[in-house]
Design a protein around this ligand. Structure first.
Ligand SMILES: [Zn+2]
Ligand SMILES: [Zn+2]
Length: 406
């Protein structure tokens, strides 16, 4: 293990080396500037890092190490494409050094593991998660993965203008992809009857403002979620003390609210969904206070949002591979585990045939159902982190928050 003090020295040496070595070697301008910029970046985030626990700087050591790792990957990718042999070796060597330093440095006490939960084989996946295509997973239910998050289209193919509903709105920057997928499925220029939100986390509302404006569509969300959609309240910060790169980076995920007040409406109180006969919404809080899942009894299809997900969202590797697993809500963003447990029980009691969650591949069949039951039955052991910022105090059911800011 590299002690954190030594790591700080390595950071200073790296920043100096990145700025000076390319100039000394007489590498071409483009490469020199790129590496100098990387050196300035290392210097900047190192100055913002708390190398010891009592410091005041905003970045934790874990976050710092996650940035080191990302930087290492970027250098390796750049090295693989570099034509000059000396520069290529240098880029690859520095990339490998950054990754190794990130992996070997003591991140400080209290990293809380998020273990694998209920494993599922790829046989339970309804359609391959590869290919970046929109695919029908149940009658009039289509699914599309946009990087790390899913969106769902409800309505028959060729439904036409106002003949369909979008569930969730992906990451910032994906509006065009969602629009194109909708046009392909429902017809050119076909606008949705509504956009329904399972909850308002940044990865589910990224393209919301843009899409709602362009489509002039109403947005439906549970009233407990409205403060986060009207600019009134921010979600609690993520918990970066959990294992997994997605968790380590969660301090960088936006928690500030979006403001879509002019178009925002409450979900109908009778449990129905506008424009979606046969569907109803179910309040499944825990991951977010106004989180809802959507349910169609006729063929037992469940749109789960993040109440349960079907890959280990805390792990970048699992997300990259879309490795199937029945998994509780993404742990770094779940502040109320008691409510989350109730919600998963409620969903398991529905005995769904098909499940499409906010993250992970769509799954179906008896094995999936058994996995969901297992997760619900052993939720505290499997899904709830035994520590970290939002872990419930054992036995009390209370949510405790640590007093450190991140
Ligand atoms: Zn979420
Ligand atoms: Zn999510």
């Amino acid at each position: 293990m590299i002690p954190r003090g030594l790591h700080a020295l390595l950071d200073a040496a790296s920043a100096a080396g990145l700025v000076s070595v390319p100039a000394l070697m007489g590498w071409r301008g483009e490469l020199r500037w790129g590496m100098a910029a990387a050196g300035a970046g290392v210097a900047a985030y190192s100055l913002l890092t708390r190398y010891d626990e009592d410091g005041q700087a905003p970045l934790s050591m874990r976050e710092h190490l996650a940035l080191d790792g990302l930087q290492g990957v970027a250098f390796c990718l750049a090295g693989a494409r570099e034509r000059d042999a000396t520069a290529r070796r240098a880029l690859l060597a520095y990339g490998a050094f950054s990754i190794a330093a990130a992996a070997l440095t003591d991140p400080g006490p209290g990293r809380v593991p998020v273990p694998r939960q209920v494993p599922l084989s790829r046989d339970s996946i309804l359609r391959s998660a590869r290919g970046g295509r929109t695919e029908e997973i149940a009658q009039d239910v289509a699914w599309r993965r946009l990087g790390i998050v899913n969106v769902v289209f409800l309505g028959p193919p060729g439904a036409g203008d106002r003949g369909w509903v979008l569930v969730d709105a992906g990451l910032n920057g994906t509006a065009r992809m969602i629009e194109a997928a909708a046009a392909e499925r429902f017809g050119h220029g076909a606008r949705p009857r509504a956009i329904v939100l399972t909850h308002g986390h940044f990865d589910h509302v990224g393209a919301l403002q843009q899409l709602a404006r362009r489509w002039d569509a109403p947005i439906y969300a549970h009233t407990l979620e409205h403060p986060f959609l009207t600019g009134q309240a921010a979600y609690p910060l993520g918990d970066p003390t959990l294992t997994g790169a997605m968790a380590a980076l969660c301090g960088f995920y936006p928690t500030a609210p979006v403001d879509v007040s002019p178009r925002l409406q409450a979900l109908p109180e009778d449990g129905s969904l506008p424009g979606l006969p046969g569907w109803r919404w179910i309040h499944t809080p825990g991951h977010a206070p106004g989180h809802v899942s959507l349910w169609r009894e006729r063929d037992r299809t469940l749109v789960a949002g993040d109440a349960v997900v079907t890959t280990r969202q805390e792990s970048a590797l699992a997300v990259l591979r879309q490795a199937p697993e029945m998994h509780g809500p993404p742990a770094y963003f779940t502040p109320d585990w008691t409510a989350a447990r109730h919600s998963v029980r409620r969903l398991a009691d529905l005995a769904p045939e098909v499940i499409v969650a906010g993250h992970g591949p769509p799954m179906g069949g008896a094995r999936m159902r058994m996995a969901l039951h297992d997760l619900a039955r052993h939720f505290d052991d499997l899904a709830v982190p035994h520590g970290g910022r939002y872990a419930p105090q054992r036995g009390s059911g209370l949510v405790v928050t640590h007093d450190d800011r991140r």
